[in-house]
Design a protein around this ligand. Structure first.
Ligand code: GUN
Length: 314
């Protein structure tokens, strides 16, 4: 039986539509949720992400605002700006795009954001709330993965889940969400001695390492659900041919674009799965949709309003 493809783009569209409707409802009470994105410097990848976040929020009717700062902005100046945004009642969500330049202490910046406006869910207060299962702003990518599972009817309670990757942005919050949902969770990382021994036991295998093709078919349990959080860029034809032997369509895409996005699973792994998220078009599409969701959630939480949408994300 062939594996079911979990279409992240379609699920993201569904969530964005729910957000748009909720923004309309809030507008009837005179509330326009506001998102401010802060970008320091001009890293091309960050610029693309930030533009996309601002554009999507505008499309959904949010009041979006971009603050662009020079690469040499001081930590004190950045802290001042965050203080101003914390105090501004029109701002519901604040996102400081990472990475920050090396002269700035990232932790100090993330901790300076009001936890109730922390739409990334990176503030220690939100990390703590998530850990003890309190309502909180949850990091967008892991929250998006939970939405994929929920909307596709994939139960996690009692399941053997393996998370490969232990980052603060994905691995740790993802494993906490799965644990809170009743799964048995193992978290693996670079120091794990026998990675295949763990991954082969996983009924649900979530991978966020940034190593293209790390997970090969021999590491996958028959019938597993595979969630690929990796977004890796292949830049040479040789890399593409090695990753996708005998795949003229992928080669043609590479030739047209000059690069190709791939995940952390080798594509041959899909044959053993019951369902999987593709790259591109899987988890990546969810991150911005969940940021929009978190902005509306922050607007509601600050005003102690309950969600208008029934059946939408928590
Ligand atoms: N840079 C890469 N991913 C992220 C993210 O999820 N949030 C922020 N703020 N910066 C990022």
């Amino acid at each position: 039986m062939s594996a079911r493809v979990l279409d992240g783009t379609a699920i993201a569209a569904e969530i964005k539509e729910e957000v748009r409707r909720e923004v309309e409802t809030l507008a009837q009470s005179g509330i326009v949720p506001g998102l401010t994105v802060v970008l320091v410097g001009s890293d091309p990848a960050s610029e693309i992400y930030v533009r996309s976040k601002v554009k999507t929020s505008a499309e959904l009717g949010l009041a979006s605002n971009l603050i662009t700062l020079g690469i040499d902005v001081s930590q004190a100046e950045l802290l001042n700006i965050l203080q101003r945004l914390n105090d501004d009642d029109a701002v519901d969500g604040i996102l400081v795009q990472l990475p920050l330049p090396r002269h700035i202490d990232t932790r100090a910046i993330l901790e300076a954001v009001d936890p109730d406006k922390d739409v990334d869910g990176f503030h220690p207060v939100n990390v703590g709330r998530l850990t003890i299962g309190q309502e909180s702003l949850v990091p967008c990518t892991p929250a998006g993965v939970m939405e994929v599972l929920r909307r596709q009817g994939i139960a996690v309670r009692g399941k053997d889940c393996v998370m490969v990757g232990r980052s603060d942005i994905v691995g740790k919050p993802m494993s906490t969400l799965l644990l809170n949902a009743g799964a048995t969770v193992a978290v693996c990382h670079k120091e794990t001695r026998d990675l295949p021994d763990y991954t082969r036991r996983a009924e649900l295998l979530v991978v966020a390492t940034g190593v293209p093709g790390l997970i090969t078919p021999d590491m996958v349990r028959e019938g597993a659900v595979l969630i690929d959080v990796g977004i890796n860029r292949l830049d040479t034809r040789a890399q593409v041919e090695r990753f996708f032997p005998d795949n003229p369509a992928k080669l043609a895409t590479f030739q047209k674009r000059g690069s190709l996005l791939v995940g952390d699973f080798a594509p041959q792994s899909y044959a053993k799965a019951s369902a999987y998220t593709p790259v591109p078009g899987g988890v990546g599409a969810l991150t911005i949709a969940m940021l929009m969701h978190n902005t509306v959630k922050a607007a509601r939480m600050r005003r102690r309003l309950r969600a208008a949408a029934v059946g939408g994300p928590a």
